[in-house]
Structure formats: structure tokens, C-alpha cells
Design a protein around this ligand. Structure first.
Ligand SMILES: [Zn+2]
Length: 277
């Protein structure tokens, strides 16, 4: 008998998160969780399509009147179509609108972890997004993917980062992640004044700016070490092992090499590899 998927409500003052994690094959614990956030009638990201019932009841409880997607990935855009069918306007960057409207291919592991997101046609978001009590500045933050945006609420010191953060100690990169753009985005975000960092996977409710700065510094340190070893002529896999530690082969095998330490080294030295569309 498959066990129910995992979900929980996480309160962060005026911000509330719906955490979702999809059980692997309906049985094993989720490999990763994801959150959509509700604040002042605004839903930030739309969660997993397999959690559409829970997302809709969360929206009802939080009196959601509009939604915004931080980027096109299936764990963020999964219920854009569901929300629009309920007359909730969904906004996103122009690039996200295009990707979500056209649809995009998933790797097998992404099917297992998240599941497909039905196509939807969100509306382009402006530079500022207003709710009854708050104004959110929409800022581009490419790196994790090209269409990533973040929402900054300067009065409250809130930064909703989608997947622009993902934790301080990320040493595995997807094939298509752009290292240089990640660093440039983190530099710009570090210059903002905020304390609460609402990441979809690893929220940092207090001390978020410092966590982001530590992450940036770690990536710059890694870059310096990788470049030095590359100049000495070491092969990429050896550089990855020396700087980042042994490859997590289970993760490597499960994602068919899409998420790895090798990819981080490769992205530093040669840039990202385009994703199949
Ligand atoms: Zn993502």
C-alpha cells in the first residue's frame, strides 16, 4: 500500500510555506523537498503537480489572489495550469512564460523526483509586484537557469530566491548550470539589504544575507582552486576529487550524470552545457 506523499505547513511570521516531497515510487522517503510560499495573498511558486489538491487547499486557506513563478522548473511551475484553471492569475518572467507555454523535456530522475508540469500560459511580470501590504522588486538572477528571478521586499528584508541559493555548501552542479552567471547573481543579491532568505529548498529565516555571502565566498574559493589545478594540467575528474571530495556515485548514477561535482568543475572551466529542449 503506497504511503501518502509528505507535506507540511511551515510558518515564518507573515510568510507561510507549503513544503512538499514526493515519495520515490510512492514508498521511499522523498529525495528532496520543495516549498511554495504564501504572503499577503501572493503565492510564490506553484509546487509539484502531484500535490495539486494540497496546493489548492493551501491557496484557499491563504486567500491567494495571484501567483508568481521564480523559474520554469517542474517543481516550481507544476501547478501553474491548475491555478489558472481556478482563475488565479499566474505571473512569471518572459523567458519562464515561454518555457512553461512551450513545455520542456524532463530527465528520468526528474520524473521520479518531481513529475511533469502541465503546460500553462502565465503573464509576464513587471519590475515590481504589489500586494495589499507589500511591494516586491523582481530581479533577474540567472545561473541555476537562465530564466530565474527573485523577489525582494525591501521594507521587510525578505528575499524569495527560488533556486538561486539552494544551500551554502552546494558542490554538485547540473550540466546546464552556469557558474559565472551564478557568481554574478550572488554578488548582486549579496548587495541587497535583507535578513530572511526564502529558498524553495533550504530556507534561512534569519541571517540569510550572511548565508548567501558564505555561499558566494565558498564558490569563489572553489573556483580559485580549480583554476590553479587546471593550470597544472590535472584531469577534470582529479580536480573535482581534490577540490570537492569524492563524487557521490549514487547521485551521479541516479541522475545519469546530470548532477555531479565533475559538472561544477567543468562549468568553472568551460561554461555550462546546453540542456535538451
Ligand atoms: Zn530549479
Amino acid at each position: 500500500m503506497p504511503r501518502a506523499p509528505i507535506e507540511s505547513i511551515e510558518p515564518y511570521g507573515r510568510v507561510v510555506a507549503l513544503r512538499q516531497g514526493r515519495r520515490v515510487m510512492g514508498l521511499l522517503p522523498p529525495l528532496m523537498d520543495v516549498r511554495c510560499y504564501a504572503v499577503d495573498g501572493l503565492l510564490i511558486d506553484s509546487g509539484l503537480n502531484s500535490f495539486r489538491r494540497q496546493v489548492l487547499s493551501f491557496c484557499q486557506a491563504q486567500r491567494i489572489g495571484q501567483a508568481v513563478l521564480t523559474h520554469h522548473h517542474e517543481d516550481h511551475s507544476g501547478n501553474a495550469a491548475t491555478l489558472m484553471a481556478q482563475d488565479v492569475p499566474v505571473l512569471a518572467s518572459a523567458a519562464t512564460c515561454e518555457r512553461v507555454g512551450r513545455g520542456f523535456a524532463l530527465a528520468p530522475y526528474q520524473h521520479v523526483m518531481w513529475g511533469q508540469a502541465p503546460r500553462a500560459q502565465p503573464r509576464p511580470v513587471e519590475t515590481w509586484l504589489e500586494t495589499a501590504h507589500h511591494r516586491f522588486q523582481i530581479l533577474p538572477a540567472p545561473g541555476h537557469c537562465d530564466d530565474q528571478i527573485v523577489l525582494f521586499e525591501p521594507q521587510q528584508g525578505w528575499l524569495f530566491t527560488g533556486d538561486a541559493f539552494l544551500g551554502e555548501f552546494v558542490k554538485n552542479f547540473r550540466r546546464d548550470e552556469d557558474f559565472q552567471k551564478t557568481v554574478e547573481s550572488l554578488r548582486r543579491l549579496c548587495a541587497l539589504s535583507f535578513d530572511s532568505l526564502f529558498c524553495a529548498h533550504k530556507p534561512v529565516p534569519m541571517g540569510g544575507q550572511q548565508a548567501l555571502q558564505r555561499k558566494l565566498q565558498l564558490l569563489l574559493d572553489i573556483e580559485g582552486q580549480v583554476q590553479a589545478l587546471h593550470r597544472r594540467g590535472l584531469p577534470l575528474r582529479q580536480i573535482a576529487a581534490q577540490v570537492l571530495g569524492p563524487e557521490r556515485w549514487l547521485l551521479y548514477a541516479f541522475t545519469l550524470g546530470d548532477v555531479s561535482k565533475y559538472n561544477l568543475v567543468r562549468a568553472i572551466l568551460f561554461g555550462p552545457r546546453p540542456r535538451r529542449r
